[in-house]
Structure formats: structure tokens, C-alpha cells
Design a protein around this ligand. Structure first.
Ligand code: MV4
Length: 588
């Protein structure tokens, strides 16, 4: 059967590579698009043809609709795969290309719209008898509504952005006294991120697991669920590890979740691959939302079902009926996916670590898959998501998969950028994770990452040629003293040894300044959005006063004055995007 002749992949990195590979296996010609920074990127190298979008930032490139439409027209692609992020859940984009006669490889725009608004998404589930966490489907217009809800349902309460996602705009209210502040903060964050500030509320579950169900629907009314995934190991709404199926949950509950997910999908006339999210606590599950796209963690499902989800997406989008039904879906063994991000765990701070990947040796062996968006020599830019790739491991059972994942992670070599690998190892080895006693709060609140940081840079190939000097020192191992001699590069020898990396961490996690003496030029440490500007020219400030609030890495960060003085210049406004190192205010 004819699928497509040519598909344009409106994305970059590992997901673009993933989709290109699936197309190649089906004999479909591939079209890549790229920003100025991605001219030589792996997805561009692998595709049959590629079109420049111009621009560096996502907004100027992968989110430039006109440039993408131009590439579609020039290439003659019949269909567009949006990957995840970017245009994947953008109904306007789906409509625009559909109007051109081009197939959007994803759900109908109507389903994206229903699920994009969290309140209508809740209503869509309620309509088919699937319950969310107890809450309201009315917007909050008055703090009194929250007080009334608290009086009848108790605390804590979650205030959520109606048009939010990924935890942005969500605030937890633990008592009556903090309602007003939480409402304002949720509205502010929601407005800065999503351009609208509607909010609603739910009971806040304190120790839930995040369980999601993969669904797949065709245009002929068939819809199946493809097992569950547990994505509870995350920090600040960034998943670190996902596994499939969700462990330590009774089969009848997993089946009920699967059936609930299919009911929700059918209820919104869903087509293509989608994910229905639930919170699970004390044997009960609650519908949370539906993601109307292929997800980062889809390979975990592929390894336990034997299905190629991108192939299925392409077939369904071309109008083919599913070639199987629910009874044919078999879950076999266990899969664990590790996201390898270019971030230094830095004791729990997870600091972005852009740069050139000077070495990349993927692991291999039985049950090991490595989906990367980069090869050795490629650069991770601060302008995009810093996911280098994903390690996905299969085992006959969870413990086999866990041990195999640890083995593979120790085999994997990434140099030139720091990675999340040390944190992943700490999670996989922790008795709570082994016993499935973790929840969505566990990485942030229980796991101790204080000793977990990226190894010191090795300096790459050039380091080998550098002159080395001998250094003798004393070290203590398990209370026993040893004298050791080390041959180290000259520069390294001049750096203080033995503070466990703490001085570097402290410097990098500081609010502003560029490290040395206070310059009065207050900078932001990383890329983000200005949520609030607290000063204006002429104001007097003291060192340590918050001058702006930066939303970065899904957290509100207070950026502080680095010296006493008067504000000479305010260089940003609320809602502005800033890059790491940008000056936000100048103090004289
Ligand atoms: C919740 C919750 C507890 N109770 N809702 C965060 C992201 C957004 N998709 C929904 N989120 C949550 N909603 C109620 N009523 C806890 C979370 C939550 C969470 C959910 C899934 C995965 C990770 C999470 C981490 C923190 C909080």
C-alpha cells in the first residue's frame, strides 16, 4: 500500500533523526529543515534534501511557519511530521498545511484544540466517564472560590493554568493564607508563557506517580492502547527516566487505565499516536491531560510492544487501518529510557552545558538502543533543547532492564559537555527506585544529588599533547592515608584541588554577575523569560536585592543586585526572552 513518497520533518535533533530513519525504512524520501546553527546537523546530514529556514532561535527558525511552508512547497513533500515540541501541538499550523493539501502527521486540529485547553480536556474526559483529580471546571476569578473549595475539600490545592503545560503556571496552595499570592504567581507565569492567564484548581496530590498510556487510533474508528509508562523520575517537570510498563501496579488497574485512555481518545475523535496522562496514588488513578503528539519516551513502548510507532503514525496518516486490534497487543518484558541531556547535575542544580561533543561512544550489546540527535564533533547549542539522545534498554523483567541500563550507561562515553548520566546512575541505583517507592517529587525532595556532578573536563584529544607536570599529594581513602603522584596538564596543576567542585558550583549558581568583583552589570546565568522587573532607573538597591525575576528551566529565579548603588539602566521588560550572560540592569 502507498504510504507517502516524500515527508518533510519539521523538527531537529534526535526526533528528526528518529523520523527520518523510519521514513528511510519505508522507502519514503525525507526533507529536513534547518536553522543557521543546524546547517551541518545530523538530521540534515541524514535527510535526502534540506532547506534553510534562516534564523538561530527556535522562534526565527523551527517556529517560522512561512519558512516551513516555503520548504514544503519547494520540496513537494506530501506530508509533514512535526516531531514533538515546536509545531506538534499547534492546531493553526496543522490547519494551514492541511489547507495546502499537505497531510499533518498527527491528530485532527479539533482534537489538539480540545486537549490544549486543560479545562475542556477535563470536560472531554468527564463526558466519557473518566475522572480527573477532584476539582472545578470553572475559571478562578476570585480568591473566595479557592477558599470555598479548600473549606469543602481541604488543602493542599493546585492552581493550574488553563492553557498551561509542563507544570508551568502551576502553584500549590498549602493554606488559606497563601491563596492570593499563588493566584497572582500562577497568572503571571501563565501570561508570560502562554499569553493568557486563565486558571482553575484541583486537589493537590502530594505523592503521585506519573503514569501515562500510549494510544494509537486510525481514521476508521479503531483505537488501541499500547501499555503504560511510568515517568515519575523527573525534576522540575523535566523527565529523566521513563519505563514501560508502569511497575508495581495491579494488572486490573493497568487495564482500567488503558480502557480509560481509549475512551478519552475516542471521545475527542482522536487519530494518530497520542498519550493520556494520569496521576496514580494509593491504588487510584486520575486523568490529568492528553498529549496530542508523539512523545520523547515513545521508544520505551516500542521495546515492550514490538511496534514501530513512527511507522504506525505514517500509515495511519496515509489512511491505512490499524493492522491489529487490542487482543493482538502483547506486552513483553520491561524497557527503561534514559534521557541524556547536556546538563551538569551539579549537586541537583542541573546547569545547561552547551558546547562541542568531543567524544561520543554509544553503548552496545543485547537489548540496547541509542537514539541520538548528534554525533561526535557536533555542537549542542544553548538555543535549543539540550537533549543529546536517549538510551533505551530492554530486559525480560524490570531488574534485568535496570542492571542492563546501568551497564550501558557505564559503557557510554560523552565528553566535551557535561551530561545527566551521573544523576541517572544515582536514580537507578537508589533503593527507592528499585522498590518503586518513588513519586513525582522524589528526585527533588528525597534523592541526594549533593555529591553528584559531571566529571572534570578531560580536555579532549589536544590534552594528550599538553605538557604534564608531576604533583605529589596526600589523599585519604576510607580513613587510610595514601601518598599519590599524578601527572597532570600544567593548567590543571595550578587549580586548587580538593574542594569537591563546590567553588565552581557556587559561582555558577549565583544570581548575577560574571564571577569576579561586582561590576554592577547584572546578568542572567541562563536563557529564559523575564517574568517581573522589580526596579526602575533611579532606584537605590543593595547587593542581594532582587532586581528581576527570571523564568528559566521551569523555575522562577530571583536575579540579584551584585553591589549597592543606583539603578542606571533597566535593559529588559516583562515578557522578554534573554540569553545566558545578557545584562538585565546596570547599577552605578
Ligand atoms: C498535579 C499534581 C498533583 N495534584 N495535579 C505537573 C505538570 C502538569 N502536567 C500537572 N502536574 C501535576 N499536577 C494535582 N491535582 C502534581 C503534578 C506534578 C507532576 C505531574 C506529572 C509529572 C511530574 C510532576 C511533578 C510535579 C507535580
Amino acid at each position: 500500500m502507498h504510504v507517502f513518497n516524500k515527508v518533510l520533518i519539521a523538527n531537529r535533533g534526535e526526533i528528526a533523526v528518529r523520523v527520518i530513519r523510519a521514513c528511510q525504512e519505508l522507502g519514503i524520501a525525507t526533507v529536513a529543515v534547518y536553522s543557521e546553527l543546524d546547517r551541518e546537523a545530523l538530521h540534515v546530514r541524514l535527510a535526502d534534501e534540506a532547506y534553510a529556514l534562516g534564523g538561530q532561535t527556535a522562534a526565527d527558525s523551527y517556529l517560522n511557519t512561512d519558512a516551513i511552508v516555503d520548504a514544503i512547497e519547494r520540496s513537494g513533500a506530501e506530508a509533514v511530521h512535526p516531531g514533538y515540541g515546536f509545531f506538534s501541538e499547534n492546531a493553526d499550523f496543522a490547519r494551514r498545511i492541511t489547507d495546502l493539501g499537505v497531510t499533518f502527521i498527527g491528530p485532527p486540529p479539533e482534537a489538539i484544540v480540545v486537549m490544549g485547553d486543560k479545562i475542556s480536556a477535563r470536560e472531554a474526559a468527564e463526558k466519557v466517564g473518566v475522572d480527573g483529580v477532584p476539582g472545578t471546571t470553572e475559571l478562578i476569578t476570585d480568591a473566595q472560590q479557592v477558599r470555598d473549595f479548600g473549606a469543602s475539600h481541604g488543602y493542599p490545592i493546585a492552581i493550574k493554568a488553563a492553557y498551561g503545560g509542563g507544570g508551568r503556571g502551576m502553584k500549590v496552595v498549602s493554606d488559606e493564607g497563601s491563596i492570593t499570592e499563588a493566584i497572582e504567581s500562577a497568572q503571571r507565569e501563565s501570561l508570560a508563557y502562554f499569553g493568557r492567564d486563565e486558571i482553575y484548581m484541583e486537589r493537590y496530590l502530594t505523592k503521585p506517580r506519573h503514569i501515562e498510556v500510549q494510544v494509537l487510533a486510525d481514521t476508521h474508528g479503531n483505537c488501541v492502547y499500547l501499555g503504560t509508562r511510568d515517568c515519575s523520575a523527573q525534576r522540575r517537570h523535566q523527565k529523566l527516566i521513563e519505563e514501560a510498563p508502569a511497575p508495581a501496579i495491579d494488572q486490573d488497574i493497568l487495564t482500567a487505565m488503558g480502557e480509560a485512555a481509549v475512551a478519552v481518545a475516542k471521545g475527542c475523535d482522536y487519530v494518530n499516536a497520542g498519550t493520556v496522562e494520569f496521576l496514580y496514588e494509593d491504588g487510584a488513578f486520575f486523568y490529568l491531560e492528553m498529549n496530542t503528539r508523539l512523545q520523547v519516551e515513545h521508544p520505551a513502548t516500542e521495546l515492550i510492544t514490538g511496534l514501530d510507532l513512527v511507522e504506525q503514525q505514517l500509515r495511519v496518516a496515509a489512511g491505512e487501518p490499524l493492522g491489529f486490534d487490542q487482543a493482538d497487543v502483547e506486552i513483553r518484558g520491561h524497557a527503561i529510557e534514559i534521557r541524556i541531556n547536556a546538563e551538569d547535575p551539579a549537586g541537583g542544580a542541573f546547569l545547561p552545558s552547551p558546547g562541542i561533543i568531543t567524544k561520543l561512544d554509544p553503548p552496545d550489546g543485547y537489548g540496547v538502543r541509542f537514539d541520538a540527535g548528534y554525533a561526535e564533533g557536533d555542537e549542542i547549542s544553548q538555543f535549543y533543547d539540550n537533549l543529546i539522545g536517549k538510551l533505551i534498554v530492554w530486559g525480560k523483567d524490570r531488574e534485568t532492564a535496570r542492571r542492563r541500563t546501568l551497564r550501558a550507561l557505564r559503557e557510554l562515553r560523552v565528553e566535551g559537555v557535561a551530561t545527566t548520566i551521573p544523576a541517572d546512575i544515582a536514580i537507578l541505583e537508589h533503593p527507592d527506585f528499585v522498590a518503586v517507592e518513588h513519586s513525582t517529587k522524589w528526585v527533588e525532595e528525597v534523592l541526594d544529588l549533593s555529591e553528584v556532578s559531571a566529571p572534570a573536563p578531560t580536555g579532549g584529544a589536544d590534552a594528550q599533547d599538553e605538557p604534564k607536570v608531576r604533583r605529589d599529594m596526600a589523599v585519604e581513602v576510607n580513613g587510610k592515608r595514601f601518598s599519590v603522584s599524578m601527572w597532570v596538564p600544567e593548567q590543571v596543576a595550578s587549580v586548587a584541588v580538593g574542594d569537591g567542585g563546590r567553588s565552581r558550583r557556587a559561582r555558577r549558581s549565583g544570581g548575577g554577575g560574571s564571577g569576579g568583583a561586582a561590576s554592577g552589570e547584572v546578568t542572567v546565568p541562563m536563557q529564559g523569560t523575564i517574568l517581573k522587573v522589580l526596579v526602575e532607573a533611579g532606584d537605590t538597591v543593595s547587593a542581594g536585592d532582587t532586581v528581576v525575576v527570571l523564568e528559566a528551566m521551569k523555575m522562577e529565579n530571583n536575579i540579584e543586585a551584585d553591589k549597592d548603588g543606583t539603578i542606571a539602566k533597566v535593559k529588559v521588560a516583562e515578557g522578554d526572552s534573554v540569553g545566558g550572560g545578557d545584562v538585565v540592569v546596570v547599577i552605578e
